[in-house]
Design a protein around this ligand. Structure first.
Ligand code: SME
Length: 162
């Protein structure tokens, strides 16, 4: 199976798993587990925008940094720029935050709800240049299920920083 085929299967799986769910943390936990398991990445997880910083959310893999300032690292940069960032070699990214020395390449995808970034999905690989436009396209679709399906109102969870 090539990467596109794997992602096609993953997309269907994630959609059916979280369809109708309204709790944002439950959905993040389910997405992190499914993506991590199906794709075999080193670290897969969410950082949520809470109280003026990125705070660790549901993840799979080794324990990682808990707090990331907005604008710092790949995650903080993706957050402030509201765009997906693909990093083929983490040593080449200015200000990269090394939660694990084993991480060699990375992708960070913003989770956008009503035009605001509410979280980022961060994925790390132990190999260089793991991620490309295929990952970006599919992961953007997958995270869109978190903010769109279920019709939940996030205003209570996120009003601290809005
Ligand atoms: N490398 C990330 C920090 C998070 S860990 O990779 C899980 C960054 O530079 O933002």
């Amino acid at each position: 199976m090539n990467k596109t085929q794997k992602y096609e299967g993953l997309l269907k799986k994630v959609r059916s798993l979280i369809e109708g769910e309204t709790d944002i943390v439950a959905k993040m936990a389910t997405v992190a587990a499914a993506v991590h398991e199906e794709m075999g990445f080193f670290w897969t997880g969410f950082y949520r925008a809470e109280n003026g910083e990125l705070l660790i959310g549901p993840f799979q893999g080794p324990a990682a940094c808990i707090h990331i300032p907005f604008g710092k690292g790949v995650c903080g940069t993706s957050y402030v720029q509201a765009r997906t960032i693909v990093v083929p070699d983490v040593e080449e990214f200015p200000g990269h935050i090394a939660c694990s020395s084993l991480s060699r390449s990375e992708i960070v995808v913003p989770v956008i709800k009503d035009g605001r970034v509410i979280a980022v999905l961060d994925i790390d690989s132990k190999e260089l240049a793991t991620f490309d436009e295929v990952d970006a396209r599919y992961l953007e679709q997958i995270v869109s299920f978190i903010s769109s399906s279920g019709g939940e109102d996030l205003s209570n969870s996120y009003d601290a920083w809005m």
